[in-house]
Design a protein around this ligand. Structure first.
Ligand code: WT7
Length: 658
């Protein structure tokens, strides 16, 4: 043992495998009923009225769950409500008009605060504007915007008039925008002129215009002026200025449209095993009830809190836990436009100190970057306002967990490691922060009312200590209802694997592997399909492959994930060129550009490896496992079943050389 208390503490932490919630947290936790899991199991599905009761309904529902057409489950059937009225009007009516709803900070340091009253006014003005442009109930409105307040405003304005939104992450490429708009047959778009990244103004409007060239028909476009004079942009016949519209409709009163609980609230595209992104459909009643309930139970959100989920609203995390869940509960939700290391690596900690943030929710990849940068950055700031920490998006390694616990939470904040997906709408497997013991690296038990189980290939539960497939054996309110206009693919993708339609038994398969611990905790191991997780973002290998084979001169491509110490996984591409093509630097650049143009910089390949052949089995199947081993620098698995075993060593030599 060392005499230095800091070293001693480090050593103790390293060995500690479980952590109890701190007493100071337990005392004030929203959920303190230790019997909640039992109670929810006994009362299932009626237990979910507890979630529905967090909302204000225009018409109460007749039935909690309708499973007559499984797996097309319906929740809170017969009920009706409006999401924007639940996130705004009722709080204003209950005396929270002057409470901050959104606190926003731009990358250059400018700030804006919208009270619930302000937010309602602007949402109504923009809802009226959308109507004027012709948007009707059930029309899909695409929102292609970075982290600026007009994004949640546009979402809520859509929700107010019953027009589902489809948010496309601003970092996605022009082609990705076009694909999603065409798939959703969306004729309306809200975008902006540009935004800041590391101090530089990015031209977003130009990218939007390039995307629109690939969209059929006229699109009415609204452009938010984020950059003022810094960037002039062209407004054509079908493009309108956001500021002018809102000004012209100032003071407008727009009655929230009463939506059926099962009416679509939004679409969110996500990656799957095929090249085509999947349009995940979420509904008004079940989704909103589920995000509100999990925000309360897991994130311990209280109206007087300042709550910060540092995700991007372009992903499901931002939809559920920056916008809908927190605003439904009437709390103050923070938004930050920029990168965590601009102008310095303490930007996030500075924001926490300045805003006295209570809860901070981020991704393991971010925590691994913070770790790499060192403790001096959080140490510069007073983080004592923090009460709870959370992570989401990928498995968190115990070392990163402990670093977060000690250096951000000062050993006083529980950490919730929340497993869920775009399709689940909200959290599914996590500890409850005021009740459960935490085990770094293991997400925890399933939430109350969630029947998540680790099973073997026959859908039989595995023994404690064993690994298998994660499944959800009963429906839950936040679940996706279908893939947009593609019920068949919905069933194929999520319900085929373990269900038995003959006995009407339906089991949801999220395509993740997991291990069941002795105490019933679930340690998520990662995807078992051809989807990779780069910095908590889901990328389909097929999508990337089809972008690469679209580059002229490329004959074939295989894409796999290789382990990466910050990103979790990184994109490795193996490329076969057409005869006569040379593996030049130029060619490499074209492959990288091809991927960025089709998807966006998040999919940028870590390495492009040219090879004359891919390792294939005798039946001609690409041995992806081997390519993954090569990418990760791991020991190679069995190569004896290959038709061309010699190629593996050749590829490996090339990777080592780079
Ligand atoms: C996939 C879903 C949930 C919003 C962000 C990602 C992985 C997510 C965890 C976690 C281990 C996790 C899974 C899942 N994942 N959270 N806490 N521990 N893995 O949403 O893009 O739909 O991706 O992310 O593999 O299937 P998504």
């Amino acid at each position: 043992m060392s005499d230095d208390p800091a070293v001693e503490l480090e050593a103790r932490l390293e060995e500690q495998e479980s952590f109890e919630p701190p007493a100071s947290f337990v005392e004030q936790a929203n959920v303190s009923d230790e019997g909640i899991r039992e109670r929810f199991a006994e009362e299932w599905p009626e237990c979910w009225t507890e979630a529905a009761d967090l909302l204000t309904w225009d018409e109460t529902y007749d039935e909690v769950l309708d499973d007559s057409d499984a797996p097309h489950y319906e929740w809170f059937t017969g009920g009706s409500l409006n999401a924007s009225a639940n996130c705004l009007d009722r709080h204003v009516a209950n005396g929270a008009k002057n409470r901050a709803a959104i606190k926003w900070e731009g990358e250059l340091g400018e700030t804006r605060t919208y009270t619930y009253g302000d937010l309602l006014n602007e949402v109504e003005a923009f809802a009226a504007s959308l109507r004027d442009l012709g948007v009707e109930e059930d029309d899909v409105v695409t929102l292609y915007m970075p982290m600026i307040p007009e994004l949640p405003i546009a979402m809520l304005a859509c929700a107010r008039i019953g027009a589902p939104h489809s948010v496309v992450f601003a970092g996605f490429s022009a082609d990705a925008l076009a694909t999603r708009m065409n798939s959703a047959e969306s004729e309306y778009l809200v975008t902006c002129d540009g935004y800041y990244r590391r101090g530089d103004a990015l031209n977003h409007k130009e990218k939007t215009d390039n995307g629109l060239r690939g969209v059929e028909g006229d699109v009415e476009t609204v452009v938010v002026d984020r950059l003022g004079d810094e960037l002039t942009h062209f407004l054509g016949e079908h493009a309108h200025d956001y500021g002018e519209l809102v000004e012209a409709h100032e003071g407008a009163s727009v009655e929230p449209v009463s939506r059926d609980a099962e009416d679509m609230l939004f679409l969110m595209y996500t990656s799957g095993t095929t090249g085509e992104p999947k349009g995940v459909k979420h509904t008004t009643g079940g989704y909103l009830a589920y995000t509100a309930w999990t925000s309360q139970a897991v994130l311990d959100v209280k109206p007087e809190d300042t709550y910060w989920c540092a995700a991007d609203i372009g992903w499901i995390t931002g939809h559920s836990y920056i916008v809908y869940g927190p605003l439904a509960l009437g709390t103050t939700t923070m938004m930050y436009e920029g990168t965590p290391d601009y102008p310095e690596r303490d930007r996030l900690w500075k924001l926490i100190e300045k805003n006295r943030v209570d809860t901070f929710y981020t991704a393991p990849t971010a925590i691994r970057s913070f770790m790499k940068w060192g403790t001096e950055y959080p140490e510069r700031h007073d983080l004592s306002s923090l009460r709870l920490l959370g992570t989401v998006g990928e498995p968190i390694n115990p070392r990163a967990w402990k670093w977060y616990y000690k250096h951000i939470g000062n050993e006083k904040c529980p950490i919730v490691d929340t497993w869920w997906q775009t399709e689940t709408g909200g959290m599914m497997v996590t500890t409850l922060p005021g009740i459960d013991t935490m085990k770094p690296g293991s997400a925890g038990p399933p939430l109350p009312g969630v029947d998540a189980q680790v099973v073997d290939a026959n859908d039989d539960p595995v023994e404690a200590g064993e690994a298998g497939y994660l499944t959800v054996q009963k429906p839950w309110p936040g679940m996706l209802r279908t893939l947009y206009k593609n019920d068949e693919r919905f069933i194929d993708e999520y319900w085929r694997e373990y269900s038995d339609p003959d006995t009407d038994e339906w089991v949801y398969f999220p395509e993740d592997g997991a291990k069941l611990d002795d105490d019933g905790y679930i340690t998520v191991l990662g995807r078992v399909d051809d989807v990779i997780n780069v910095s908590g973002h889901r990328l389909g290998t097929m999508e990337i492959e089809s972008a690469i084979v679209g580059v002229s001169g490329v004959a074939e491509a295989a894409v796999v994930g290789g382990t990466h110490d910050v990103k979790g996984e990184a994109v490795y591409t193996y490329v076969i060129l057409e005869d006569g093509q040379e593996p030049t630097e130029k060619m490499r650049e074209r492959v990288v550009e091809g991927v960025e143009d089709a998807i966006g910089p998040i999919a940028r390949p870590e390495e492009v490896i040219f090879t004359p052949e891919l390792p294939k089995t005798r039946s001609g199947k690409i041995m992806r496992r081997l390519l993954e081993d090569v990418a990760s620098g791991a020991e190679l698995g069995d190569t004896s079943t290959l038709r061309n075993p010699e190629i593996v060593a050749e590829i490996q030599a090339q990777v080592n050389e780079d």
